[in-house]
Write a protein that binds this ligand. Structure first.
Ligand code: ATP
Ligand code: MG
Length: 561
């Protein structure tokens, strides 16, 4: 096997084989087929990157197809959210399609199946049909309605369409084999009556096609060559092919269903149904809550599309399901934000610091680079004065030699500013430190070129000038679930593992350059992590979400445990 060939994933091998065996490259066509019953999540990102990635690789069109055959759960709002997310990830579809575009064609084909003796109307209850289904080891039983005449079936099916019957009174079933080893082949339901308005066809229809009947035929109508779906559809492939056999015309492309493993992310759930439960039970504040593994939640949290695509590309596709640690996703966003996020100073847990030998009322500016790793990022001026906030954790009265921050009698450099020495501190009645008094070396200003400015001290602290700082709401997030794999426990519901402390809201103080920060702006609060302006932010009140810390603290905790 050539090296280039070895580097392909198993789906690309299938496509390459098809190209060798008669398919034209120009015939290749893919689709991404979400059901508009919720928001896209990180698992969908894998499917999006796979399908659109193949489109880019082979120069083939990729359709965005909404699989909207269940009006009970689908909404236009979800359609809009899905389109926004796919675009935001950086992909463009060839055409926007809906399974509902094909309702008439699907109906006509169903009539054709009835005429050919391949489908019949069953008028039993769903319980009766379930009883006749058999088990994987026992064959099923034929329905008493299985041998209805074509005329009778046509009349009933037309009555179903016209709305002559109540929900649950009749279904259309494919007439395949009640003894088939694959239970899905035991006369599967093709249509059911649903008196529900559809988000696109409104009340035009009161019968709706089942997934298996709609999906492959939609692929066929769009002339999709490779219909890639997740592994749970593997047993459906036989039915997919059976349905295609009924309508296939020789000069057309015959779509192929092929399966890959679903991607699961640790400490969360990736299933729209379960995510909806979190939304409906107010465990989170909506689909785009920054704790959600939805694309919109990740966006609001501060993730970049590049980092999500890089994550999906890194994990690639697989034949078997496994759990991907969320720290890998975090690695990718940290990696990207490190390159692009401007550095700023923000104090999350403030402690007042007074420079006793700095003139009262004086203010000056220090120059700070926006991104030391990117010389094009420029610099800004940050105000400095006698009273500052530093991080509470950055001061201790006494500490050992490994504490490179501020301690009494010790020195640190204030980032981009001066070297200071802690002289004393003040405490409240409970012994909590409320203020630190220090002195500064006026000749030590960073960048001033003096001997003192070049003097090295062990620690550098970030800070803000109290009189210039802006207060901001900062939302800190932790894992939404305490368990690595919350939805895989036999005896417990995934909701039992919701982390009660996944959100902490604090007031932080940030440098004034952030005054006009806009929704979605991403910054690094130096030494603290990456943060993104939330959409709740207003000109009067900044709100930040913590995207991710600078280091993987979770891995360290896990190591210790
Ligand atoms: P959910 O269970 O979350 O509703 P779904 O499979 O029902 O997911 P669809 O909207 O039908 O969601 O999915 C659109 C496409 O995305 C399908 O081809 C599906 O196989 C794929 N997909 C969904 N979840 C994942 C996942 N976790 N990993 C990879 N692909 C996924
Ligand atoms: Mg689904």
């Amino acid at each position: 096997m050539s090296e280039a060939r070895e580097a392909l994933n198993f789906l690309e091998h299938i496509i390459e084989d098809d190209l060798e065996n008669g398919y034209q490259k120009s015939q290749l066509r893919f689709r991404f087929p979400p059901e508009p019953n919720g928001y896209l999540h990180i698992g969908h990102a894998s499917s999006i990157c796979l399908n659109f990635g193949l489109g880019l690789k082979y120069g083939a069109p990729v359709n965005l197809r909404f699989d909207d055959t269940n009006p009970a759960k689908e909404e236009t709002a979800y359609v809009e959210a899905i389109k926004k997310d796919v675009k935001w990830l950086g992909f463009s579809w060839d055409t926007e399609r809906y399974a509902s575009d094909y309702f008439q064609q699907l109906y006509d084909w169903a009539v054709q199946l009835i005429e050919g003796g391949k489908a019949y109307v069953d008028s039993q209850s769903s319980e009766e049909m379930a009883e006749q289904k058999g088990t994987p080891t026992e064959v099923g039983t034929n329905s008493p309605f299985r041998n209805r005449t074509v005329a009778e079936n046509l009349a009933l099916f037309s009555g179903m369409k016209k709305g002559d019957f109540e929900e649950g009174t009749h279904v259309l079933r494919a007439k395949i084999d009640m003894g088939a080893p694959n239970m899905l082949m035991r006369d599967p339901i093709m249509y059911r009556i649903l008196n529900k308005a559809h988000h696109r066809t409104n009340t035009d229809w009161c019968i709706y096609p089942m997934y298996d009947w709609a999906h492959g035929e939609s692929d066929y109508l769009e002339q999709v060559t490779h219909s890639l779906c997740t592994l749970e559809f593997l047993p459906h492939r036989e039915l997919y092919d059976w349905f295609l056999d009924q309508i296939y015309e020789a000069d057309k492309v015959r779509p192929k269903q092929r399966e890959f493993a679903r991607r699961n992310l640790s400490h969360t759930v990736v299933s729209k149904r379960k995510l909806l439960q979190l939304v409906e039970n107010n465990v989170v504040n909506g689909w785009d809550d920054p704790r959600m593994p939805t694309i919109s939640g990740l966006r609001r949290r501060g993730y970049t599309p590049e980092s999500i695509v890089a994550f999906a590309d890194t994990i690639g596709i697989a034949k078997r399901e496994n759990l991907i640690d969320v720290s890998l996703l975090e690695f990718h966003v940290r990696d990207h934000l490190n390159k692009i996020a401007p550095r700023v100073m923000g104090v999350l847990n403030p402690l007042k610091l007074v420079i006793t030998n700095y003139p009262e009322g004086k203010e000056e500016y220090v120059t700070a680079e926006n991104n030391p790793g990117d010389s094009d990022a420029g610099s800004r001026e940050v105000p400095f004065s006698r009273e500052l906030y530093i991080e509470k954790e950055d001061f201790k009265e006494e500490a050992n030699r490994k504490f490179f921050r501020l301690k009494l009698g010790g020195e640190v450099r204030l980032k981009n500013g001066y070297i200071i020495k802690a002289e004393s501190c003040t405490k409240d009645t409970e012994g909590n430190i409320t203020e630190v008094q220090c002195t500064y070396d006026p000749k030590s200003k960073s960048g001033s070129g003096t001997e003192e400015s070049l003097r090295k001290v062990k620690g550098t602290l970030h800070w803000v000038s109290i009189s210039h700082a802006i207060s901001a709401e900062v939302r800190l997030y932790d894992r939404l679930f305490t368990d690595e794999s919350p939805d895989t426990h036999k005896d417990k519901d995934f909701m039992d593992f919701v982390n009660p402390d996944s959100l902490q809201v604090i007031t932080a103080y940030v440098e004034p350059s952030l005054k006009n920060a806009k929704e979605q702006d991403r910054v690094q609060f130096q030494r603290m992590g990456y943060f993104c302006v939330d959409r709740d932010s207003t000109p009067d009140k900044l709100v930040f979400n913590k995207t991710v810390g600078l280091r993987d603290t979770w891995a360290k905790i896990a190591e210790k445990a």
